[in-house]
Design a protein around this ligand. Structure first.
Ligand code: GLN
Length: 428
């Protein structure tokens, strides 16, 4: 029997782009649990904009696979959350509909790009949220808002219905206030889906365990290097000592490929974005022009008006790096560097069970602090390696600096999301 609940949150942080005042839900493991969904994941009959003007008014005729699974599990989907336009950003300031504020300090950003999802959960507006992580977009806002967020192993959650930004890097994942409820949400959304060719038959049904004794943790020196706020580094080192006191064994290691990770990430993601976003041509999506003079005018006018500055910057960068004469110089090099990142993880994870370090090099930025795009890109340095390799990574709150939360990042072997979750569970 379907039940209903009313949802009228006091959204003073602008976490939601759309809310559903009368939510219908059914029976199942998440019956009546309120779940917010990032606005780049399609919801049948509910506006889905990717926080972009070009998709304003777009009502998808179908549900993303994860949304179907949530509904089947009885979840109450209460709304669509704010984000950086198409997932491009680290602060949620790149939303075409205004930024989300950090619930712990409204002068600061919630992180991005799943900032609305993190703020909604962090502010207690709903129980759980779904985000997507292409280069850190679940883990960064989880760290900045003091909640838990998991980027699953690539392939473990279907991307069917996720409006693509950079397919080879991104995963949908769970966000929650604690590890046990994150684990419950993950068990609902993980598993195979024939509609996503990269989906893998690895369902998740696991109860988090406190099983730290004998765990081997690799600690790469590069995760504590230049650009990392020393106070953040210290809080994270203390968290790792806590794991040691619970019986874990740590091992210093190095990840030389880290110096190429950001370049590899930004060449790859902009290349994929330039191709993915070609479909927004002003004909199938967008408001359209009254009487365009030519196809060219219609196309370029719509894209100029419909896309924000950061999205246009990335389309241009990606188009450039894929151009015939430059392909070998940028895209191909990026793929070589990407392989080096994978090789580093494989080498390190032969010796240890997980890798630990900070999620972000700093605490939540003040609004407007990262106005230089390059400065913003630099802050992704610790999160992009896991996406380049496809390995699972979680962010769990582990302490505070200046009153703001710090996230501990735990990265694991392929399809070892269970162990990553168990390690984070030690902090609960
Ligand atoms: N901040 C990164 C970017 O702008 C990651 C975003 C994401 O994971 N969607 O690309």
């Amino acid at each position: 029997m379907a039940k209903t609940l009313s949802f009228n949150p006091d959204d003073s942080v602008h976490a939601f782009l759309t809310t559903i005042p009368e939510v219908t839900y059914g029976e199942g493991p998440l019956s009546g649990v309120t779940v917010a969904v990032k606005d780049n994941i399609t919801t049948k009959g509910i506006e889905t904009t990717c926080a972009s003007k070009i998709l304003k008014g777009y009502i998808p005729p179908y549900d993303a696979h994860v949304v179907t699974l949530l509904k089947d599990a009885g979840a109450a989907i209460v709304g669509k959350t704010n984000m950086d336009e198409f997932g491009m950003g680290t602060t949620t300031e790149n939303s075409a509909f205004g930024p989300t504020l950090n619930p712990l300090d409204k002068n600061r950003v919630p992180g991005g790009s799943s900032g609305g999802s993190a703020a909604a959960v962090g502010a207690g507006l709903c129980d759980l949220a779904i985000g997507s992580d292409t280069g850190g977009s679940i883990r960064c806002p989880a760290a900045f808002c003091g909640i838990v967020g998991l980027k699953p192993t690539y392939g473990r959650v279907s991307r069917f219905g996720l409006i693509a930004y950079a397919n080879s890097l991104e995963q949908i994942g769970p966000m929650a206030r604690d590890v046990s409820s994150l684990s419950k949400l993950f068990s609902v959304i993980a598993g195979p889906d024939p509609r996503d060719a990269t989906s893998v038959d690895r369902p998740y049904s696991h109860e988090p365990l406190k099983k730290i004794d004998g765990l081997k943790i690799g600690v790469p020196e590069e995760f504590f290097g230049e650009g990392v706020n020393p106070q953040v580094a210290e809080v994270v080192r203390e968290a790792i000592s806590t794991l040691e006191s619970l019986g874990a064994e740590t091992k210093p290691c190095t990840m030389p490929s880290m110096k190429y990770a950001l370049s590899a990430y930004y060449v790859t993601c902009t290349s994929e974005a330039s191709s993915n976003l070609a479909r927004f041509d002003g004909v199938r999506y967008g408001p359209g022009l009254d009487s365009p003079k030519s196809w060219h005018e219609a196309y370029s006018e719509q894209r100029k008006e419909g896309f924000g500055k950061e999205v246009r910057r990335r389309i241009i960068l990606g188009t450039f790096s894929l151009a015939a004469g430059y392909f070998g110089r940028y895209y191909q090099k990026a793929q070589t560097a990407r392989q080096m990142v994978r090789d580093d993880f494989e080498r390190i994870l032969k010796d240890v069970d997980v890798i630990a370090g900070p999620t972000m090099p700093d605490i939540a930025f003040r609004l407007g602090e990262k106005s230089d795009p390059l400065q913003m890109y630099l802050s992704d340095i610790l999160t992009v390696p896991a996406n380049l390799a496809g390995v699972p990574a979680i962010s769990v709150p582990c302490g505070r600096v200046d009153g703001m939360p710090v996230g501990l990042q735990i990265i694991g072997k392929y399809f070892d999301d269970e162990r990553v979750i168990d390690t984070a569970y030690a902090f609960e």
